[in-house]
Design a protein around this ligand. Structure first.
Ligand code: FES
Length: 115
């Protein structure tokens, strides 16, 4: 049974499988809809990160952006704001608000997100 956590609004979150580890190459992204939320999964080298797939500037999909593996960041392809994959914080304008970041784990070959 998947581990569940209680959210602030009283609903529960649980680990959801997004894909297999080998489905993404280093430096690539994939988009998923989970529980009605658009998620952007990013692979750096051996790590995976999951953030909202909606730029906080103008609702553009971040999964279409360029990944900086070394800096652990993704650049929105619409206007160039760069977001930390660790914190979701924008590193430059025009975006001024962070995007949500989700916990990721690997179980065997599965990449899972807590949502
Ligand atoms: S839509 Fe992403 S920086 Fe403008």
């Amino acid at each position: 049974m998947a581990k569940a956590d209680i959210k602030k609004d009283g609903s529960s979150s649980s680990w959801k499988t997004l894909c297999d580890v080998d489905d993404l190459k280093a430096g690539s992204t994939a988009s998923f809809i989970v529980d009605g939320k658009a998620l952007c999964l990013v692979r750096t080298n051996d790590n995976f990160y999951c953030i909202d797939d909606t730029c906080s500037h103008e609702d553009y999909p971040l999964s279409s952006g360029d990944v900086d593996v070394a800096a652990c960041e993704i650049e929105c392809s619409m206007h160039g704001s760069v977001f930390s994959l660790l914190t979701g914080e924008p590193q430059n304008f025009p975006a001024t608000k962070p995007v949500d970041v989700y916990q990721v784990q690997m179980v065997g070959q599965e990449v899972q997100v807590l949502i």
